[in-house]
Design a protein around this ligand. Structure first.
Ligand code: PNS
Length: 163
């Protein structure tokens, strides 16, 4: 029987409840899901690669068929290395679509056998982004249900020291 390994790539800086929702949905469909923490050259990260992986691992520990890895190069090269053909990306609103559409076509151009699958977010997560979460915690506010407890602790440590 065919065993399908899917890769859910992202910056995960940090992982949010929105990302976790997408990982849960993908893990229910595919045999294996690798959450891959990658470098987005267009963004400067707040958390180190190790910190991002650790938060993702802990936040996804309840999903038996999910692993967390990281890679420093092109997503398509990572896919080849892992012998994976399915990319998972989450879609919140139309504003995500243009970037996601271009990226999916670019990845297909680079590696024609790769398929990108989009999973729509749940209504509660549709407004959550790692950018917004970082801003909120940086300026001392707290909003419930945006990130799991480990991420909340790490955000507070990062911006306000280990209080
Ligand atoms: O969470 P993000 O920042 O939206 O994720 C974007 C990410 C990391 C998946 C994308 O930047 C990526 O694939 N980076 C690896 C480098 C790469 O393959 N770039 C070409 C994409 S066309």
């Amino acid at each position: 029987m065919k065993h399908i390994r899917a890769v859910y790539p992202g910056s995960f800086d940090p992982i949010t409840n929105g990302h976790i929702y997408i990982a849960e949905r993908a893990a229910a469909v595919f045999d294996e899901l690798e959450v891959s923490v990658l470098i987005n050259p267009q963004k400067q990260s707040t958390f180190t690669m190790d910190e991002r992986c650790e938060m993702a691992k802990e936040s996804l520990a309840h999903l038996a068929n999910v692993t967390v890895n990281h890679f420093g190069g092109l997503l398509v090269d990572y896919m080849k290395q892992r012998k994976a053909h399915v990319i998972i990306r989450g879609l919140r609103a139309m504003s995500d679509f243009e970037y996601e559409f271009q990226t999916a076509l670019m990845n297909r151009q680079l590696s024609p056998d790769i398929e990108t699958f989009f999973i729509v977010t749940d209504a509660q997560s549709s407004y959550i982004s790692s950018n917004a979460v970082r801003d909120i915690y940086k300026f001392g506010a707290v909003v419930p249900d945006m990130v799991p407890p480990i991420v909340e602790r790490r955000l507070i440590e990062k911006f306000h020291g280990a209080e």
